[in-house]
Design a protein around this ligand. Structure first.
Ligand code: ADP
Ligand code: ZN
Ligand code: ZN
Length: 808
C-alpha cells in the first residue's frame, strides 16, 4: 500500500503549480488518486487534490488530516481533462482542477486562534500592562474559551487587526483555523425496529399507560412492511426524536442517517406527446444514434436554421444515452435566456435533469453534482461551467448555439467550452453534438475537413418562410437629401406595423462606433495597408492608427475613394435614434434597452417582459435586443447601421456581424403573423450584409474562409493574446516592447508571427494600463511550451489567452 500522496493544494496562486508530498496516515486508508483531502499548509489547513501515490520515506512528511469524500471526486477522465486544460491553456493544474469543484472549494475555512501550548503568565501580564484594556479582554476571551474565531473576536471589539497582530508577534496566541466540509449533503434519519415483530408486540402491550408516545412509535413501526419510518413520517405522527432516543436506549430501535438532496427544481415529470420526426430530424438521429451506442468518440455539427427542430434531436439523443445508462451534459450560452429548452428537457426527463443555475447556492450546487456523481441524476443542463460536472458515465455532450462567445471564459483559466468538451468526450468515449444556425467559422471548417460529421437541417419544421429583408443603402439616402438616421423604408415599415397594432424591434449595432472613420457618401472605411484592419481614431492626437502594426495616418479631408467631404462620420448612439423615432412617431410607446438603461432601475428581463406583454410598441437597443426572445406580436425588425461592427479592428468582425444580423432578422414573424426586416447599411455589397439579408450561411462562409486563408487567421493558425499590464503608461509600453523583442527572438523557429504591441481596446481598467501582443502561429503546442519555459504563464503582470475570442 502506498504511504505517500502527491497533492495539489487548492490555493489560487500560480506559484503553487507543483504537487507536494504528504504522508498517508494509517487511519485514512481510503485515499486514492482523485480524492479531495485536508492538509496542513504553512500554518493553515487547506484543501488538496491527490494526483499521485507513491512509496517513499514518509517520516519527514506532514500527514494528511482528513478525506473530504467517501469516493474520489475526480475520476481518471476528469483528471486527464484537467491535465490537458492546464497544458493547453497554460494555467496551473490547481486552477484547472478548481473548475471541477462547485464553489471552487470543498471546504470552508474560518480564521481562528488559540493559546499556545505553553504560556508564561508573568510575561503575558508584563506585555498587557502597557496596552489598552481591549487587549486584556480579547486575550482573556481566547484563553477562557480555548479557541475563538475571528468573527467572534471582531464582534467583541470591532477592529481586531492590530491586536491580533501584536498577540501573534509575541506568541501569546497561535493560528487554529477551523475548517468545515462545504455543502455536505443534508441528512435525515431512518428509524428501524431492532427486535423481532413478536418481541415488539409483546413490549407494546406491556409498556405502562404513561408511555403513550413510545407505544405509538412501536405500533407505527409494526404497521409498516419494512419496520422502518422516516423522520418526515415521525413528524406527521407527532412523535419526537426524544421518544426515539428512549426506545433506542432500550435496544428496541436503531437509527441511521441517510443523505437527502436539496432539489430546487423538483417538479412533476410529464412526457410530451410523441411527435412524428421530420425527415431531417430522423436523418440526424440515424447518424448520431450509432455513435452513442458505439462508445467511440465522435462529434457532430448540426447546422440547422432557427425553427428546424434541433431541440427534439437533442432530446432523442439524450434518451439514447440514458437507455445505455450513460450521462449527458447539455450546454447553453446563458441559462437565463434559455428557459424554453430547460422546460422541454424537464418535461421529458423529470428529476433525471439537474439544472445548473447561477442563482444556486454553493450547497445546492454541491448537491446537484453529488446527484450526478452517484448516478441519481443523469442529465445536467447549464452554462459553460456545467461541463465540469462529476459525471462518471459520460455518454454525450451537447453544445447549443455553439458559436456564442459566452462559451469562452474571460478569466483564468481562459478555456473555450467547445474545446474542453471535445477533449473530455474524447477521453471518455463520448459523443459531442454542436448545434447552431450560424456555426463559428472554425467549427464549420473543421466539419468540412471531416473533424465533425456535418448534419444540415435546412427547413423549418412548419415550413414557415424566413422573413424577407430589405437592405437600405444609406449612401443613397444621403444622395436623396435624407439625413435622418431612420431611412424611408424603415419609417414606412414602422408606420405599417404601428397601424396594425403589432410590435417592432430596432437594433442599433453600436459596438465600436466612433472609433473608426467612415465616408458617409460612399461608405468607405479607412484601413491599414498592411493589416486590412480598420484604422482607429485617437481623439487627443487627432490621428488614425493601426492597432496591429502601429502605423499612423492623418485624417484626410476628403475621402480617398470618392473625394467626398463627408468623411468624418462616426455613427450614432441609441439616444439619438430614440429622438428621431419620437419625432417621427410621437404617439408610439418606445422603450430603450442599452448599457445606460439596463444598469439602472429597469433590468434587462423586466424591459423584455413589459415589451412582450404589450406595454410598448417599439423596443430599441444594442446587441441584447437581438437574442433570446420569441414574441409572436413582433413582426418588424429594423437594423440601424448593420455594419458598424465590420469596422472594428477584429478579424472576426464579419463573422460577428453576420451572426448578429441573422439572429436579429430571425426575431421577426416567429408567430402566425408574417414578419419583415429592414437593414440599413453603408456596405450593402459586403458579403456579411448580403448573406445575412439572404439568410444564407454558405454564401457568407465561402467568402469569409478565403479571407481567413489569405491572411492566415484561424482556422489556418492559432492566436495567442498576451496582455501586458502596468500601473503607468510608460512602463506598460516599455515592458510590452521588451516582451515583443523577447518573443520574436525565442519564437523564430516556430512558424509564428508577432502582431503588436497595440493598446487594448479598453486600454485602462482600474488604473492599470493594458497593451496587447498577438502571436499568430502554426505550431501552438511548441509555442505554449516555450511561453511556459520563459515563465510567462506565472508572471503576474501578464495575461496569456490561448485562442482568444476577443483580440482587441
Ligand atoms: P430550433 O432549436 O432548431 O430553433 P426547435 O427545436 O425550437 O427549433 O423547434 C421549433 C418548433 O418546432 C418547436 O415549437 C417544436 O416544438 C416544434 N417541433 C420540433 N420538431 C417537431 C416535429 N417533429 N413535429 C412537430 N413539431 C415539431
Ligand atoms: Zn467616399
Ligand atoms: Zn497595420
Amino acid at each position: 500500500m502506498s504511504n505517500t500522496a502527491q497533492i495539489i493544494v487548492n490555493i489560487p496562486a500560480r506559484s503553487l503549480d507543483k504537487p507536494f508530498s504528504y504522508n498517508i496516515p494509517i487511519n485514512l486508508p481510503n485515499i486514492q488518486v482523485g480524492s479531495r483531502v485536508l492538509v496542513p499548509f504553512g500554518n493553515r489547513k487547506v484543501e488538496g487534490f491527490v494526483v499521485g501515490l507513491a512509496d517513499e520515506n514518509p517520516e519527514t512528511l506532514k500527514p494528511i488530516l482528513d478525506v473530504l469524500d467517501d469516493h474520489p471526486w475526480f475520476d481518471s477522465n476528469m483528471l486527464a481533462t484537467a491535465n490537458w486544460l492546464s497544458e493547453y491553456y497554460l494555467c496551473s493544474l490547481g486552477e484547472a482542477m478548481r473548475l471541477f469543484i462547485p464553489g471552487q472549494s470543498g471546504i470552508r475555512t474560518q480564521k481562528a486562534y488559540q493559546a499556545p501550548a505553553e504560556t508564561d503568565m508573568k510575561r503575558v501580564e508584563a506585555l498587557l500592562s502597557c496596552k489598552p484594556e481591549e487587549y486584556r479582554t480579547t486575550l482573556t476571551y481566547i484563553y477562557e474559551r480555548g479557541l475563538a474565531t475571528l468573527p467572534e473576536l471582531t464582534k467583541l471589539t470591532g477592529n481586531m487587526g492590530a491586536i491580533i497582530k501584536f498577540f501573534l508577534q509575541h506568541k501569546l496566541i497561535v493560528h487554529a483555523d477551523t475548517v468545515s466540509k462545504r455543502g455536505k449533503a443534508n441528512s435525515t434519519i431512518i428509524i428501524k425496529l431492532a427486535v423481532s415483530r413478536e418481541v415488539a408486540e409483546q413490549i407494546e402491550q406491556t409498556l405502562p399507560k404513561s408511555k403513550t408516545a413510545q407505544r405509538r412509535l412501536l405500533s407505527a413501526l409494526l404497521d409498516t412492511d419494512t419496520q422502518e419510518l422516516t423522520a418526515a413520517q415521525l413528524r406527521s405522527l407527532s412523535i419526537t426524536l426524544e421518544t426515539v432516543k428512549r426506545l433506542a436506549a432500550q435496544g428496541l430501535v436503531t437509527t441511521r442517517s441517510v443523505p437527502v438532496f436539496r432539489n430546487s427544481y423538483a417538479g412533476s415529470h410529464q412526457r410530451t406527446t410523441e411527435v412524428t420526426l421530420t425527415l431531417e430530424q430522423s436523418h440526424a438521429l440515424q447518424l448520431i444514434t450509432p455513435a452513442i451506442h458505439s462508445g467511440i468518440h465522435r462529434s457532430f455539427l448540426i447546422h440547422g436554421v432557427t425553427g428546424s427542430g434541433k431541440t427534439l434531436v437533442y432530446i432523442k439523443a439524450v434518451a439514447e444515452a440514458r437507455c445505455l445508462d450513460r450521462q449527458a451534459i447539455i450546454l447553453v450560452p446563458e441559462i437565463a435566456l434559455t428557459s424554453q429548452i430547460v422546460a422541454r428537457f424537464k418535461a421529458e426527463f423529470g428529476d433525471d435533469v439537474v439544472v445548473m443555475h447561477s442563482k444556486l447556492s454553493v450547497g445546492e450546487r454541491h448537491d446537484a453534482w453529488r446527484r450526478l456523481q452517484t448516478g441519481q441524476a443523469g442529465i445536467v443542463i447549464g452554462a459553460r461551467s456545467a461541463l465540469f460536472a462529476p459525471v462518471s458515465h459520460l455518454g454525450l455532450i451537447i453544445i447549443d448555439e455553439e458559436h456564442e462567445f459566452t462559451y469562452k471564459q474571460e478569466e483564468t483559466p481562459r478555456y473555450h467550452a467547445r474545446e474542453v468538451a471535445l477533449t473530455r468526450a474524447r477521453l471518455s468515449g463520448a459523443t459531442v453534438i454542436l448545434g447552431s444556425a450560424t456555426p463559428a467559422v472554425e467549427t464549420y471548417y473543421q466539419a468540412l475537413q471531416g473533424e465533425h460529421i456535418l448534419i444540415p437541417m435546412n427547413n423549418r419544421v412548419d415550413n414557415t418562410p424566413m422573413p424577407p429583408v430589405t437592405v437600405v443603402d444609406m449612401r443613397q439616402e444621403l444622395a436623396q437629401g435624407r439625413r435622418s438616421v431612420i431611412s424611408q423604408s424603415l419609417q414606412d415599415m414602422l408606420t405599417e406595423t404601428l397601424a396594425k397594432k403589432e410590435q417592432a424591434v430596432i437594433l442599433l449595432n453600436r459596438r465600436g462606433y466612433s472609433t473608426f472613420v467612415l465616408c458617409r457618401e460612399c461608405g468607405h472605411v479607412l484601413k491599414c495597408r498592411h493589416c486590412d484592419i480598420s484604422l482607429v481614431y485617437h481623439a487627443p492626437a487627432n490621428v488614425l492608427r493601426c492597432h496591429y502594426c502601429q502605423e499612423r495616418h492623418t485624417i484626410p479631408d476628403t475621402c480617398p475613394k470618392c473625394s467626398s467631404r463627408y468623411i468624418r462620420y462616426f455613427g450614432a448612439g441609441t439616444q439619438k435614434v430614440e429622438e428621431a423615432l419620437t419625432a417621427l412617431f410621437p404617439s408610439a410607446r418606445i422603450v430603450r434597452m442599452d448599457q445606460d438603461t439596463t444598469g439602472g432601475k429597469m433590468a434587462h428581463d423586466r424591459i423584455l417582459s413589459a415589451f412582450a406583454a404589450g406595454t410598448y410598441d417599439i423596443l430599441l437597443g444594442t446587441q441584447m435586443v437581438a437574442k433570446g426572445h420569441d414574441i409572436p406580436n413582433v413582426t418588424a425588425v429594423g437594423i440601424i447601421s448593420a455594419d458598424t461592427a465590420l469596422n472594428l479592428p477584429d478579424f472576426r468582425a464579419a463573422e460577428k456581424t453576420f451572426a448578429l444580423l441573422t439572429q436579429a432578422a430571425g426575431r421577426a414573424g416567429r408567430g402566425a403573423k408574417a414578419g419583415q426586416v429592414v437593414m440599413q447599411t453603408y456596405n450593402p455589397e459586403h458579403y456579411a450584409v448580403t448573406a445575412g439579408a439572404a439568410h444564407n450561411y454558405q454564401a457568407f462562409y465561402q467568402e469569409e474562409i478565403v479571407f481567413r486563408r489569405q491572411l492566415d487567421y484561424p482556422p489556418f493558425s492559432n492566436l495567442i493574446k498576451i496582455t501586458v499590464q502596468a500601473g503607468d503608461e510608460i512602463t506598460v509600453h516599455r515592458n510590452a516592447n521588451l516582451l515583443a523583442i523577447e518573443l520574436t527572438q525565442s519564437l523564430t523557429k516556430t512558424d509564428s508571427a508577432i502582431i503588436g504591441p497595440f493598446p487594448a481596446s479598453v486600454n485602462k481598467i482600474k488604473d492599470v494600463f493594458r497593451v496587447n501582443i498577438l502571436i499568430k502561429t502554426q505550431g501552438l503546442s511548441t509555442v505554449t511550451r516555450q511561453l511556459s519555459a520563459l515563465g510567462m504563464a506565472s508572471r503576474r503582470d501578464l495575461i496569456v489567452d490561448i485562442d482568444p475570442v476577443n483580440v482587441l
